[in-house]
Ligand binder design. Structure first.
Ligand SMILES: O=C[C@H](O)COP(=O)(O)O
Length: 265
């Protein structure tokens, strides 16, 4: 099923991963906001968000609010728990208090490093939703999965299992990130991304209904750069990008966000 993308505001999201202390974060956000401003970035047409480490969030919030930057931000993870004896965890209500619009859940690096299952990822997404923080639900296949099952099977099943933990309504964002494309310089082709994003949208339609599927933004992530973003954004089911390495360079990330200007899409 392919639904018109005109009503979905594209989202260009920068996941900084384990990079940038809070002082570096201030400098990077300032540079990004000024670069977007100089390039007359239309924030209503393309939303831009950054995902700094937890320790930077308060600084980023203060800066964005003081300077009235049209930049949104979120966390790279969120606890499935509300409060209590969970050392090292950060709750959704804490993120909501810091005006985080988003929380990434289920990034493949967390699935791998912290053995997060789809059920855990789903509970994290549910906790975020409960506090008005939009979860960015990451799914994606490894190179072995791709070889054994093709591109769509694993991400579709991951999404199905995560959605099973969620209430029927509430905004979500889905990010399709083939693990083999992350940080490898080997992005998926735009056709591959479209094929999987379309299957993910179909899954959302089956679980949450057609209206929700048509409204949900689905991002592609994995070696996105200013040179390849336009191809992805031309696809009918790709509504933006989750960018890792290239989001640490303000000029490059701004160029990704301004994909419309340099290619006229
Ligand atoms: O969350 C972002 C992705 O893991 C993509 O990272 P990358 O752009 O460095 O390949």
């Amino acid at each position: 099923m392919t639904t018109p993308k005109a009503d979905r505001v594209p989202l260009i999201a920068g996941n900084w991963k384990l990079n940038q202390d809070h002082l570096q974060a201030i400098a990077l956000v300032q540079k990004l906001a000024w670069t977007l401003q100089d390039g007359k970035h239309d924030h209503a047409a393309v939303e831009v968000a950054v995902f700094p480490p937890f320790t930077d969030l308060r600084s980023v919030q203060t800066l964005v609010s003081a300077e009235k930057f049209e930049l949104r931000f979120g966390a790279q993870d969120v606890s499935q728990h509300e409060s209590g004896a969970h050392t090292g965890e950060v709750s959704a209500s804490m993120l909501a208090k810091l005006e985080c619009a988003y929380a990434i859940v289920g990034h493949s690096e967390r699935r791998q490093d912290h053995h997060e299952t789809d059920a855990v990822v789903g509970r994290k997404a549910a906790a975020a939703l409960q506090h008005g923080v939009t979860p960015v639900i990451c799914v994606g296949e490894t190179a072995e999965d791709l070889e054994q099952h093709g591109a769509s099977a694993v991400p579709v099943q991951q999404l199905r299992d995560v959605l099973a933990e969620l209430p029927d309504s509430g905004e979500i964002v889905v990010a399709y990130e083939p693990v083999w494309a992350i940080g490898s310089g080997q992005a998926a082709t735009s056709e591959q991304a479209q094929q999987v994003c379309q299957a993910l949208r179909q899954t959302i339609a089956e679980v949450r209904g057609d209206e929700a599927a048509a409204a949900t933004r689905i991002l592609y992530g994995g070696s996105v750069k200013s040179g390849n973003i336009a191809g992805f954004m031309r696809e009918p089911d790709v509504d933006g990008a989750l960018v890792g390495g290239a989001s640490l360079d303000a000029a490059e990330f701004a160029a990704i966000a301004r994909y419309r200007q340099h290619v006229g899409t």
